[in-house]
Design a protein around this ligand. Sequence first.
Ligand SMILES: [Zn+2]
Ligand SMILES: [Zn+2]
Length: 270
Amino acid sequence: MEMALFEELFSSVKYILWDYIRFATMAFVLFYFILKRPLWFRKIQKKMPKLTDYSRDIFYSIVSVAIFAIINTITFYCLIDYTNLYYDFDDYGMAYYAFSWVWMFFLHDTCFYWTHRIMHHPTLFKHVHLVHHKSHNPSPWTAYAFHPLEAVLEASILPIIAFTLPVHNSAISLYFILSIVFNVYAHLGFELFPKGFHKTWIGRFFNTSVAHNLHHDKFHGNYGLYFLVWDRLMGTVREDYDSTYETTTEGQSELNVIGRAKDSKAAKAA
Ligand SMILES: [Zn+2]
Ligand SMILES: [Zn+2]
């Protein structure tokens, strides 16, 4: 039993660490090296994070991965019989399966918004949440950079989901991976959504990379995770959000500019 528990914990560490490393590495190589120049106009803060920011974020992220693995092992190995996980799609049907996705996103976003606001209380901020905010200019490596106490809080969402409404095994596993991918996007430092997206009816309620980047840069406002629904309801969307989104997305790719300059030169010559 003890050996099996240890093996389970080890495999959990391996999977979560691999997810963090592969998604953060892919984003980092792609945006901080390969596409850095052509997409620089999409860089939210026009400067690169420092090497010490990367190393600090990676260190805290690895500690967070271990904490996530411990909590996941307790929930999905030791306490699996007490969870509401199910394995047969026919148990609740596909309509319920679709609803369970909405439920997971809503529950997580709501828990995140309120705990995040609480963590901005001066005492909790100074002793706990400050670790995540040390990166004023976040990078993909910031995705899991939490103080260990905050990591416990963040990791608790999976047991909260598993112990409330029934969720299919595949849904919660995929949800966990998607949440890592989203976290990497939120801390990417580059905005991927198109110009004007923040004004669309979906975009108004979506927590873009610009929105979360502003939270890191300015410390207050934009507390949501996936959505800005709670921020809009509670009046905590930052006033400079729209203008920052616009200045980040209105620029031109350097390649386009070079391409257009060549075209106009060719037109003049002709
Ligand atoms: Zn914060
Ligand atoms: Zn963050």
